[in-house]
Each structure stands twice: as C-alpha cells, then as structure tokens.
Ligand binder design. Structure first.
Ligand code: SF4
Ligand code: SF4
Length: 172
C-alpha cells in the first residue's frame, strides 16, 4: 500500500504572536466563552427549558471514570491451570512494542513441552502508550489488557515498572 506523506509547514510567528499578551487574551476569551455558554445551558435545563447539552464534569474519583468501550488499561499476564505463567518468552510483544517498555529475560523451562519461560517480565507503564500491540502479537494468549483499570499512578518512576508478580495478579 502506497503511503502518502503530507508535509505541513509551520506558520511563521509574527510580532503580534510574540507579544504574548494578545494570545493570552485570545485564549482567555475562548475559555470564558465556553464557560458562559455551558453555564447558560445548564441553567436553562435546570429551569426545564430546552437547551443543548452543557459540558459535564465527572467528579472523579467519587464517580467512576467514563471510558470508551474499546479502552485499554492495565496489563495482565495469564496463568496455566497449574498456576505457572502462560508466557513462553517468545519476545514477540517486546519486539512489537512501539514504546520499548516491555523487558523480558528468558530462561529454559523445566517443562519439556515448553521450550522457554520468562525469568522476569517487566512493563514500564509510565512509558506505555496503551496501543494493545503486545496483546495482539502474543501467540499463546498470555497477556491481556483490562478495560476499566485506570488507577496506575505512582509517586516514583520505579513504581511505574510492573514486574511479573504484579502483572500476574488476578482481578479483584
Ligand atoms: S500496550 Fe503498546 S506500548 Fe504498552 S506495552 Fe503493549 S505494545 Fe507496548
Ligand atoms: S508475546 Fe506472549 S508469549 Fe511471547 S513473550 Fe510476550 S507475553 Fe510471552
């Protein structure tokens, strides 16, 4: 399939843009326009009158986050019936990952039916772009992504690196 590349030129900045105050005022104008339009619509609807939908703010975390039906969130490694990870350490997910955030160390498996297994399997969630390519690439259905687990934050960068133990955790 031929790929068409469209070059987009960056517009030059005139002196009006360089005197930032005008752009700041324009930005504030947009913000206030949205604020008052939404406020007006909410007031009209409160009075039982017809009005377009106003912007809705979700009171997260008191209210659950509204996610798309196809959202991809937390990764999970799946286990076999005997509890061992299904992963055969083929490295396909690590290879396809566009963010290069999967790091697997393979070792020989004691099971003669399985050539390799993962000694360690880490995903740096802080670098992940949640594309789902790792799930698509896996030949043994060993990795899944949840659709509703968005609370992945940590106070440290190292806390964003999920190891095999965390990735194998069952859904609660
Ligand atoms: S979802 Fe995408 S970016 Fe994240 S680990 Fe999988 S392949 Fe990498
Ligand atoms: S693609 Fe699947 S089997 Fe291969 S290393 Fe990744 S999780 Fe393991």
């Amino acid at each position: 399939m031929a790929v068409t590349v469209r070059a987009v030129s960056r517009p030059a900045r005139g002196w009006l843009e360089q005197v930032y105050i005008i752009e700041v005022l324009r930005g504030l104008g947009v913000t206030f326009r949205h604020f008052f339009v939404n406020l007006w619509r909410h007031v009209l609807r409160l009075l039982g009158l017809r009005a377009g939908p106003g912007a809705v703010t979700i009171q997260y975390p008191d209210e659950p986050a509204v996610l798309g039906r196809r959202a991809r969130t937390r990764h999970r490694l799946l286990s076999r019936a005997d509890g061992s990870p299904r992963c055969t350490s083929c490295l396909l997910c690590e290879t396809i990952c566009p963010a290069k955030c999967i790091h697997i160390v393979a070792e020989e498996s004691p099971d003669p039916a399985v050539e390799k297994r993962a000694r360690s399997f880490d995903i740096d969630i802080g670098m992940c772009v949640f594309c789902g390519h790792c799930v698509e690439a896996c030949p043994v259905d060993a990795i899944h992504m949840d659709v509703d687990q968005v609370e992945l934050a940590s106070y440290t960068r190292s806390g964003m690196i999920w190891d095999m133990k965390s990735l194998l955790q069952e859904r609660r």
